[in-house]
Design a protein. Structure first.
Ligand code: F6R
Length: 605
């Protein structure tokens, strides 16, 4: 959902190289168009165009900014206002090229500002909301005591969500601010970075400052200063990020998605590390002393896309253990409750999804306690919620969520164990907590033995793919369908198996394989649905554990996973579906890490 970066390097640093490299690491946030603005002795040099960052890099190779500059900003775009054309690509400038700006978010009052600036004689080059920022600063520069004053005066006029980085011609400073969109300051030996996300500069520094809404940051040769809009100094801690720069590279894999699927044994181990006592099966969640959830009478879990599927799993799990719980799509959430005052858990990999943040804020306004279940330390959800629990999956770059789903599910099992113990509900089966410590090995075996590729070669040209499941297998079915549709562009739908006969069965033919997810729970009833489908001629692929011999005897094809506790089967089952989707998309030659029209971090509602 757009990525921005600014670089103020020490003497001798080529900011263009660093910005381009940073943009590559932010490409998962959007890839419609890209651009860069470089501070130079003869003005601000802009290079921007529709298409990928590789195209921009090729253009910069041919026409490198001369001389080298230590100061530049860059942008990779996911269009919201205006089509992905060269004109609409960022950075945007004012009429006289005195100001260049990159922006992530939406300026809600851009039409009013555009009308006002047009009346004052400004001429606009693009259809974007962002361009008003450059014109506003340019408008205020002549009357301002300092460029910083012009910047803050302009920012004071903006309504909406934004993370902004800005250059002023001839001024050796990088200006930035945020409200509702992420912005992180990287503090390195060779100068500073400002970016939408840490991977943009992790190769250079792991020391970061998570900026807050309303912070104005100005980086100069003397270092960085953070203030309020009114100029009051703000003290923010410098934190050390634990991610490894290697995690943001593809390594030997063709795609980030494949790398991240294969990282799951490690990322799951990280999610579990130190949280389950192998001897007693006691669960320790840092930040939550025993009894921390004692007053929880009900739980709402909210999320979008894959995170919603994890939320759905969490709600099913909690209900199975006697805790009233419900999952909501964040975009449809209203905190209306009966007599309960639920704990509201926002499940969000990025911690920046606007719909989820909006729902969490709605809950907070209703006086409800909120907890962020997230992957990104310092993300908006982590900072705004009352509590945070990290899933510790490491950076996920592929647009399709994979390893983070597995870590969300594993963490939700542990959270359920803690909540049930605190409120005196049915405890989570100790066998499940014993088995969870072997989950990384179970996944390792799936990855080593999967026959998903063979099935992909057989079914990648099918008319449609349907996924069915019951209970905790239903979120897996939804996730299998989402994964397939988003990266292969093939029609795929997930259904609760019992619902098939109430309508969707009309879609089932010999050319629509049905993938039935068996997790060892309600398998008999699911088999009945499988027979209904088979009676209509559809081939059925059973996703089942190795010992499910009865099921294996009924389904037409099998994707198996090693036996584990039924509550945990959704994890290895989903890994098989991730592999199936990946192979189908690869056979169809799709741009797996960058599916059309999508972006990883969706920071608009
Ligand atoms: C699907 C996918 C999206 C995200 C959704 C929520 O593969 O990645 O559906 O799950 O946009 O994102 P987060 O979890 O960052 O809130």
């Amino acid at each position: 959902m757009c990525g921005i970066i600014g670089r103020f390097g020490a003497d001798g640093i080529d900011a263009v190289d660093d910005v381009l490299h940073g943009l590559k690491n932010l490409e998962y946030r959007g890839y419609d168009s890209a651009g860069i603005a470089v501070q130079g002795p003869n003005g601000i040099d802009i290079h921007k165009q529709s298409g990928t960052i590789d195209r921009l890099a090729a253009e910069l190779d041919e026409r490198p900014p001369e001389p080298r500059s230590h100061l530049a900003i860059g942008h990779t775009r996911w269009s919201t206002h205006g089509r992905p054309t060269d004109e609409n690509a960022h950075p945007h400038t004012g009429c006289h090229g005195r100001v260049a700006v990159v922006h992530n978010g939406i300026i809600d009052n851009h039409e009013t500002l555009r009308a006002e600036l047009t009346a004052a004689g400004h001429e606009f080059d693009s259809e974007t909301d962002t361009e008003v920022v450059a014109h506003l600063v340019e408008e205020y520069l002549p009357g301002a005591a300092t460029p910083r004053d012009a910047f803050t005066r302009a920012v004071g006029r903006l309504e909406g969500s934004y993370a902004i980085a800005l250059l002023v011609d001839g001024v050796d400073a990088l200006f930035a601010t945020r409200a509702g969109s992420p912005l992180v300051l990287g503090v390195g030996e060779t100068g500073c970075f400002l970016a939408s996300d840490v991977p943009a500069f992790l190769d250079h520094t792991d020391r970061v400052v998570y900026l807050e809404d309303g912070d104005v940051t100005v980086v100069t040769a003397d270092g960085y200063a953070i203030t309020t809009l009114d100029g009051e100094p703000v003290d923010r801690p410098v934190e050390t990020v634990e991610w490894d720069p290697e995690d943001t590279q593809k390594g030997t894999h063709d795609h980030f998605m494949s790398k991240e699927i294969f990282e799951q044994p490690t990322s799951l181990s990280q999610a579990l590390q130190g949280r389950v006592d192998p001897a007693t099966q006691g669960v320790t969640l840092e930040r939550f002393d025993p009894g921390a959830f004692a007053d929880v009478s009900a739980v709402h879990l909210i999320g979008c896309g894959t995170s919603y599927h994890a939320a759905l799993y969490g709600a099913i799990l909690l209900r199975q253990h006697g805790v009233p719980a419900q999952a909501f799509l964040a975009s449809e959430y209203s905190a209306v409750t009966d007599s309960e005052t639920p704990l509201v858990i926002g499940v969000t990999q990025s911690g920046e999804t606007a719909d989820t943040l909006g729902a969490l804020r709605t809950a907070q306004e209703a006086g409800l306690r909120t907890l962020a279940l997230t992957n990104v330390v310092g993300s908006t959800a982590a900072r705004e919620c009352d509590d945070v629990l990290y899933i510790r999956a490491g950076p996920e770059i592929g647009v399709a969520a994979t390893k983070t789903f597995a870590s969300q599910v594993a963490t939700l099992v542990l959270l359920t164990a803690r909540i049930t113990s605190d409120v005196g509900a049915t405890p989570v089966d100790p066998d499940c907590l014993r088995a969870i410590t072997s989950l990384p090995d179970v996944v390792k075996e799936v990855l080593a033995t999967s026959n998903a590729f063979d099935l992909a070669t057989r079914f990648h040209t099918a008319d449609a793919h349907f996924f069915i499941g019951r209970g905790a297998a239903y979120p897996v079915a939804l996730e299998g369908a989402l994964k397939l549709k988003e990266i292969s562009y093939e029609h795929a739908e997930g259904f609760p198996a019992g619902e098939l006969k109430h309508g969707p069965l009309a879609l089932v033919t010999e050319s629509t394989p049905v993938i039935a997810v068996f997790t060892g729970h309600e398998d008999e009833r699911l088999l009945a649905n499988v027979r209904e489908v088979q009676a209509r001629g559809a081939p059925v692929v059973g996703l089942l554990s190795e010992s499910s011999t009865t099921v294996a005897g009924v389904v037409d094809e099998a994707l198996t996973f090693p036996d584990t506790h039924p509550l945990l089967s959704p994890v290895p089952a989903t890994v098989q579906l991730q592999l199936l989707s990946y192979h189908i998309a690869n056979l169809l030659n799709r741009p797996i890490d960058k599916p059309r029209n999508l972006a990883k971090s969706v920071t608009v509602e």
